[in-house]
Write a protein that binds this ligand. Structure first.
Ligand SMILES: Nc1ncnc2c1ncn2[C@@H]1O[C@H](COP(=O)(O)OP(=O)(O)O)[C@@H](O)[C@H]1O
Ligand SMILES: [Mg+2]
Length: 165
């Protein structure tokens, strides 16, 4: 059994729609500087989660996996940007530095799929979210916040889950 730190949050999602709704809750609170590092199985629900995240943040843009373009940028009516990176095809942190990844999270929130590949290029202060395939329709999402702001976000998410997602 995994031992979780007290500030970690484990959530069992029972449908893709529920994973999207969870993403929407968190997305609504995201600000420039926030970094979400998504890790875990192919088909684990990372892109599905980002679809909800982007909708909650406030864009109407269609969210798809940026596996081939590396980074998608979604815009909001107020001019804000949400950066969605997929590190699957990157060989390591150097390529992320070459893409000036810090400029992305300085301008807007940044969410990265396959973040473990470029972990060293990410700020220590971030929320790591691990996705685990459980059954055809169930996924385990575990949120690991590092730092004050990420812990605040996950505390709010925990409260939202208690009220129901
Ligand atoms: N509980 C669930 N949460 C998220 N996705 C789910 C769930 N149950 C089934 N799915 C399906 O699993 C797939 C997840 O794919 P995707 O989000 O692209 O994963 P990843 O980006 O991690 O590779 C989608 O087809 C989605 O409909
Ligand atoms: Mg994906």
């Amino acid at each position: 059994m995994a031992i979780l730190r007290a500030d970690a949050l484990e959530f069992i999602s029972r449908s893709a729609e529920q994973t999207r709704r969870l993403g929407m809750r968190l997305g609504a609170w995201l600000q420039p500087g926030d970094v979400l590092a998504l890790e875990g199985d192919l088909g684990g629900g990372k892109t599905t989660f980002v679809q909800g995240l982007a909708a909650g943040w406030g864009t109407t843009a269609r969210v798809s996996s940026p596996t081939f373009v590396l980074v998608n940028v979604y815009q909001r009516d107020d001019g804000a940007s949400l950066y969605h990176m997929d590190a699957y095809r990157l060989s390591g942190p150097q390529e992320a530095w070459d893409l000036d990844i810090a400029a992305m999270w300085e301008e807007g929130p940044l969410v990265v799929e396959w973040a473990d590949i470029i972990a060293e290029a990410l700020p220590a202060e971030r929320v790591t979210i691990r996705f685990k395939w459980l059954t055809e329709t169930q996924r385990v999402l575990t949120f690991h916040p590092e730092g004050q702001r990420p812990r605040d976000l996950i505390r709010r998410l925990r409260a939202a889950i208690v009220r129901g997602v």
